[in-house]
Design a protein around this ligand. Structure first.
Ligand code: NDP
Length: 240
């Protein structure tokens, strides 16, 4: 029987590429999203992948949403915590809501999804959780204390949960992408983006499929000995 995966924020950007990659791997994929109904509808029509709308920052919505997926599709074997937002600004300008929304969705979403799905994986003796962190959670970034804290938290969360799953067939890993060409990066002002790209050794932005390939490996049977790790896919940034 095909494994079942849920990809949060799975109907556009990096999440879309992950959904398609896992589908190509023979996995039954469902994609969660937050509010962009049009993109989600078009995505389902194009790919046949079912979409489910809920806010990953809402723990009850996650619990109910995952229960619905389990009932309608089957037990969830793989969770890719990809949903994320930015609310950038220097700390002088950043509001408490900017801080708490990013923490609630980016980091809280990982907790809520794991809380809903990890126990079932342990019961069935097999599971994969892949959390999408960020290079900015590893190194920090000007104007992103909220985002950097949440993404750094994801890397710690990953290592802690990996210890709980290690003897139970459940691996928990993270990917720390560098700058990837999606709507999120398109929102960065062009002069800032030019400076960022100039610092990437490979000399270009990454592509969503390059992150998806890493997720695909971490979700595979062959990756059973990989847990608590963070895979950096960032064009060589921070290697010096
Ligand atoms: P996009 O902004 O292109 O897409 C974000 C996705 O997350 C959308 O599908 C969106 O749903 C979903 N989402 C947002 N908030 C919620 C929520 N509360 N509940 C459920 N889903 C939600 O982002 P990217 O594809 O660029 O980024 C994907 C992940 O990769 C994020 O975690 C991001 O932080 C991380 N990342 C991205 C980098 C980049 O350079 N692009 C670099 C490093 C990390 P909807 O379509 O409904 O709006």
């Amino acid at each position: 029987m095909a494994r079942i995966a849920i990809v949060t924020g799975g109907s556009r950007g990096i999440g879309e590429a992950i959904s398609l990659r896992l589908q190509a791997d023979g996995i039954t994929v469902v994609a969660n999203y937050a509010g962009n109904d049009e993109k989600a509808k078009a995505f389902t029509e194009r790919t046949g992948i079912r979409t489910y709308k809920w806010d990953v920052g809402d723990h009850q919505a996650c619990r109910d949403g995952c229960a619905r997926v389990a009932e309608e599709v089957g037990p969830i074997d793989i969770v890719v915590n990809n949903a994320g937002i930015t609310r950038d600004g220097t700390i002088a300008r950043m509001t408490f809501e900017d801080w708490s929304d990013v923490m609630r969705i980016n980091l809280g979403g990982c907790f809520n999804m794991a809380k809903a799905c990890f126990p079932g994986m342990v019961d069935r003796g097999w599971g994969r959780i892949v959390n999408i962190g960020s290079i900015n959670g590893q190194a920090g970034q000007y104007g992103q204390v909220n985002y950097a804290a949440a993404k750094s938290g994801i890397h710690g969360f990953t290592k802690a949960l990996a210890q709980e799953g290690a003897k139970k067939g459940v691996t928990v890993n993270a990917i720390a992408p560098g700058y990837i060409d999606t709507d999120m990066v398109a929102a960065v002002p062009a002069p800032v983006l030019e400076k960022i790209v100039a610092k990437i050794p490979v000399g270009r932005l990454g592509q969503a499929h390059e992150i998806a390939r890493g997720v695909s490996f971490l979700c595979s049977e062959d990756a059973g000995f990989v847990t608590g790790s963070t895979m950096s896919i960032n064009g060589g940034q921070h290697m010096y």
